[in-house]
Design a protein around this ligand. Structure first.
Ligand code: FRU
Length: 491
């Protein structure tokens, strides 16, 4: 496989073949970033789940490895996390060679079919050879089902102040916390969320981690929800608050709903565990699709890709503390030639394609715009010779960003797909920066340095090879900008 099929992403992770959904078990160990993923190796639609596996030295270039976890008599292998058990608390490795431990959900399809509700339990597996081979724990499950239908997606981390492993688990309309000294026996600590945040759908794929803002530590909880996303279908919300080793308390009023990414295509994202303290970053990756149409997107041999890896941080804004996402610095390894855009007035349309001496099909576009309030509607248009196009825009009057893929190419596989996506702008300044990563079948838009993020997929009949800036009914200023060619990670 040379990853050259129609619509195949060139600098995003995608499986060699067949179905993929959530990223799982993201852990850094011995110089490698591990990425496992929900995978059905027999079909391009969702089915009995396995954990696919890949490793990378930079989160950008990936080596595909054999399937790590296969379904067994306890069920399919649903989403979960992985840790390095450095002190061998589990006894599944040795002090000298600590085990990697994966904590995942077992989904017993037979139980579901039989009309039972207790068919999701948590199991663990371990590896003592850098994740190359995995052994399931003999006494699985390690956490039985208490009689609740949706009971899944454990994310485990070491909580140093209380000297225990803490599991956050998605339980239908809330999360539950469990504590353990050894990863094998778990005790319930608390619950959070029944009356907090968005409840348009089932809660899935939680995460919990500390971040520092203005010298103060806060705890951030990520929580994927399907449906009920801001633009329909699946999306990931977050909460900011405190965690004391037992209970999470939110800093914001119960009704506050905050989104990691307002685009339609960033779901089930969580963060890497075991990032060395000297690095200290909180690194995130999500699944670049949406349950509204994930099974129907027009790709042949595989389905879906992951987002770019992103660094998460907190920022104090006039509206309160907010989560900011930025593309990781490791992306510099795929940056090739770059063209500076000349500063100019944009009134109508300006074609940027010729500013670059390279094709813009795989590229990064960064623009700084001023006087944006003078425009009615401004943005970036990507298009091909067939006239298919994607718009990434901003409407000053409503202070809303948008992505319009209604004419983007193949759209008729889902009636939800062409709907316009919007996102409120957080910043109020008259200067706007947009950083956009353009791959064969996706854009990731980081506005105002990652204060607002939108990720969206699309399927043109020919790759977009033209890029324009536009401003309708009023002139704005392009004060600086860069167009950079990005290299394929599969070359
Ligand atoms: C989220 C999800 C998880 C589940 C997995 C099954 O996309 O529904 O809750 O573990 O996918 O593939």
């Amino acid at each position: 496989n040379n990853f050259q099929e129609t619509h195949r992403p060139q600098f995003h992770f995608s499986p060699p073949a067949k179905w993929m959904n959530d990223p799982n078990g993201m852990v850094y160990h011995n110089g490698e970033y591990h990425l496992f993923y929900q995978h059905y190796p027999d079909s391009t639609v969702w089915g009995p789940m396995h954990w696919g596996h890949a490793v990378s030295k930079d989160m950008i270039h990936w080596e595909h490895l054999p399937i790590a976890l296969y379904p067994d008599s306890l069920g399919y292998i649903f989403s979960g996390s992985a840790v390095v058990d450095a002190n061998n608390t589990s006894g599944l490795g040795t002090k000298e060679n600590p085990p990697m431990v994966a904590i995942y959900t077992y989904h017993l399809a037979e139980g579901e079919k039989a009309g039972k509700i207790d068919y999701q339990t948590q199991g663990i597996a371990y590896s003592t050879d850098n994740g190359r081979t995995w052994e399931k724990y003999k006494q699985n499950p390690v956490l039985k089902n208490p009689g609740i239908k949706d009971f899944r997606d454990p994310k485990v981390s070491w909580h140093e102040p209380s000297k225990q492993w803490v599991m956050i688990l998605a339980v239908a309309d809330h999360v539950e916390f469990y504590g353990s000294k050894n990863l094998t026996s778990w005790t319930k600590l608390s619950e959070f969320g029944k009356t907090y945040g968005g409840h348009g759908g089932v809660w899935e794929c939680p995460d919990l981690f500390p971040l520092t803002v203005d010298g103060k530590q806060k705890w951030v909880m990520l929580l994927s929800i399907n449906p009920g996303g801001p633009n329909g279908g699946s999306a990931t919300q977050y909460f900011i608050g405190n965690f004391d080793g037992k209970t999470f308390t939110s800093d914001n009023p119960a009704k506050t709903t905050l989104w990691v990414d307002h685009g339609t295509d960033n779901y089930a994202g969580v963060t890497w565990s075991n990032i060395p303290q000297a690095d200290g970053r909180r690194l995130f990756m999500g699944w670049m699709s949406n349950w509204l149409y994930a099974d129907d997107v027009p790709t042949d041999t595989w389905r879906s890709a992951m987002t770019l890896p992103r660094e998460l941080s907190l920022k104090n804004t006039p509206q309160g503390i907010r989560l900011v996402s930025q593309p990781v610095k490791e992306l510099s390894s795929i940056r090739a030639e770059s063209a500076d855009l000349k500063s100019q007035t944009i009134n109508g349309e300006v074609d940027l394609t010729k500013s670059a001496s390279f094709p813009v099909t795989l590229s990064e576009l960064t623009v700084s715009l001023e006087d944006i309030d003078k425009s009615k509607d401004l943005g970036i248009e990507l298009s091909n010779a067939q006239g298919q196009k994607l718009l990434i825009g901003y409407e000053p009057a409503s202070k809303q960003f948008y992505i319009d893929r209604s004419k983007s190419g193949k759209i008729d596989f889902s009636k939800e797909f062409p709907k316009k996506q919007t996102a409120p702008r957080l910043s109020t300044g008259n200067t706007l920066t947009l950083q956009v990563f353009i791959d064969v079948a996706s854009v990731e838009v980081f506005a105002d340095n990652g204060e607002t993020v939108m990720t969206s997929i699309f399927f043109p009949d020919a790759n977009y090879d033209q890029v324009k800036l536009y401003s309708k009914e009023g002139a704005i200023q392009l004060t600086s900008g860069q167009l950079t060619r990005l290299k394929s990670i599969w070359d």
